[in-house]
Design a protein around this ligand. Structure first.
Ligand code: CUA
Length: 322
């Protein structure tokens, strides 16, 4: 009798475990794996799923067995017997989950520590998040600026993130880990891409009206293609740091600072967050004030761009196609 109950419980648990394991294994739950760091993240995920399946099978077996075996008869209105509890079982159901939660915590800490340490000499990229755009600066490649994140394959990149206004968060699902961008603080995340291709780069912290649109692309190139890309870019991103002489690249400034939010066909920009600049004709003073002071959801660029750069941008936006 008692043996029959144990056999029934174990049988139900095994069936439930087999079904849930099949669902976990055969459904393609996770995005493509495209970084070394993702491997550790996935390990934590699957260990946690295995633990969940184990407990779910036990709970489901007891629930199903009790529901069938101890179902009341239609005419039975009596209460069940009063039961005081069972100290032994209570200790077991406290101790066992504690052990499993500790396993998850230790494994996560090990994976996070590993993911934080780059292999070899990492490429440094400064990431500036703002409502509602990303800007990437490559200080070791002559200060190139870009609105897509270009990365070389098989080399660790250390991203140094900060924010201009509110909290944002960096996430490329194929790379795994997330990292917050916080105003006034520099946070870091290491990525070692293992597959060339284009991936979605998403802001994953609610940051305002344009949050859902605050996305761009992470583009992983072969090491040779990355070097070629870096060579082609205007050094310094149009910043007049040297103190004049060179011509200011207004289109480059627009691409680096404005293209993620605004559509402007002559700059090949197709941002959807802010007004479409192809359909807007404004007087230069109004454009300059908007760029300097922001407003209407747009951040101010006073102090972020030099006076010369702002002037060049105003001319670029209000002058005849040139
Ligand atoms: Cu930035 Cu959400």
């Amino acid at each position: 009798m008692r043996r029959g109950a144990i056999v029934a419980l174990i049988s139900i648990a095994l069936v439930v475990a087999a079904i849930t394991t099949g669902i976990a294994y055969f459904v393609d739950w996770l995005p493509e794996q495209a970084s070394e760091e993702r491997q550790g993240i996935d390990l934590v995920f699957w260990v946690t799923v295995a633990i969940c399946i184990f407990f779910f099978a036990i709970v489901a077996a007891v629930s199903i067995y009790a529901g069938v075996k101890f179902r009341v008869q239609p005419d039975d209105e009596s209460d069940g017997p009063p039961i005081h509890g069972h100290t032994g079982i209570e200790i077991v159901w406290t101790a066992v989950p504690t052990i499993f939660v500790t396993i998850i915590a230790v494994l996560s800490a090990v994976v996070l520590a590993q993911n934080d340490s780059p292999k070899g000499d990492p490429l440094r990229v400064e990431v500036l998040a703002q409502q509602y755009a990303w800007q990437f600066t490559y200080p070791e490649e002559g200060g190139i600026k870009a609105t897509n994140l270009y990365l070389p394959i098989d080399r660790s990149t250390r991203l140094e993130l900060t924010a201009r206004d509110v909290l944002h968060s960096f996430w490329v699902p194929e790379f795994g880990q997330k990292q917050d961008a916080v105003p006034g603080v520099v946070t870091t995340i290491v990525i070692t891409p293992t597959k060339t291709g284009e991936y979605r780069l998403i802001c994953t912290e609610l940051c305002g009206l344009g949050h859902a649109l605050m996305r761009t692309r992470a583009i992983v190139l072969s090491q040779a293609d990355f070097a070629a890309w870096a060579q082609e870019q205007p050094q310094g991103g149009g910043s007049a740091g040297g103190g004049g002489g060179g011509e200011i690249d207004a289109k480059g400034i627009f691409t680096a600072n404005c293209a993620a939010c605004h559509t402007l066909s002559k700059a090949d920009a197709s941002g959807q967050v802010g007004p479409n600049l192809d359909q807007l004709s404004l007087a230069p003073p109004a454009v300059e004030q908007q760029i300097r002071q922001g407003g209407g959801g747009m951040p101010p660029f006073e102090g972020q761009l030099s006076d010369d750069e702002i002037e060049a941008l105003v001319q670029y936006l209000t002058g005849s196609n040139g």
